[in-house]
Design a protein around this ligand. Structure first.
Ligand code: FNR
Length: 188
């Protein structure tokens, strides 16, 4: 049975290298994963005063997560952490209290940077946040992508075989992780 994977891009840029990476990941993913983007760019800033009257964008975010069997976070590192837009989306989805959208959901984290460490530092706070939100994260393999525009193409093609196979292995492990989690914790 196919699993529905919602993916969140941490960058709002139309030229995002992480959006390019997401297309490369989808291109090499196992056939039994189906992908849909969960947009975050139109969310207002989280405010708990709105917990009793969620804005439509935030309700749509929570519904999109509810409709997903698993989540894939593809994000840049901003100032050694995650972009504020992504943190804002997570804050909305984690609330109102008692209606945390991430509870038990299978998840994985990956990111691309123009810097040498490939989002390694930024992924750590994201893992911490997702742990607090009780997502079932894939802990390994880790993937810190140093972005080369000649290797990772917007079409989803990865021109370097070693890089392509690395992404393929990551997505295969992710599929296996999703299946393991869903076996124990099926989504309604
Ligand atoms: C960056 N960048 C960056 N890179 C990095 O390796 N570590 C970092 O801490 C930061 N910090 C940072 C902060 C801000 C505000 C910006 C705009 C950029 C550079 C970053 O890797 C580069 O801009 C990527 O292209 C961002 O990913 P997207 O937006 O193209 O997906």
């Amino acid at each position: 049975m196919a699993h529905k994977v919602g993916y969140l891009i941490g960058s709002l840029s139309k030229d995002s290298i992480n959006r390019v990476l997401s297309q490369c990941l989808i291109a090499v993913a196992p056939d039994d994963l189906e992908f849909h983007e969960i947009p975050i760019k139109d969310l207002p800033l989280y405010n708990r005063d709105l917990d009793d009257d969620y804005p439509a964008e935030a309700t749509a975010l929570k519904q999109a997560i509810a409709d997903s069997d698993a989540l894939l976070f593809v994000t840049p590192e901003y100032n050694r952490s995650i972009p504020g837009a992504l943190k804002n989306a997570i804050d909305w989805a984690s609330r109102p209290w008692g209606q945390n959208s991430f509870d038990h959901i299978p998840a994985a984290v990956i990111g691309a940077s123009v810097g040498a460490i490939g989002t390694a530092v930024g992924q750590q706070p994201l893992r911490s946040i997702l742990s607090y939100c009780n997502a079932r994260q894939m802990t390994a393999p880790e993937a810190y992508i140093h972005f080369d525009p000649e290797v990772y193409l917007a079409s989803g093609e990865v021109t370097d075989e070693e890089s392509r196979e690395f992404l393929r292995a990551f997505m295969t492990e992710f599929r296996d992780h999703v299946e393991r989690v869903l076996t124990v914790l099926p989504r309604d």
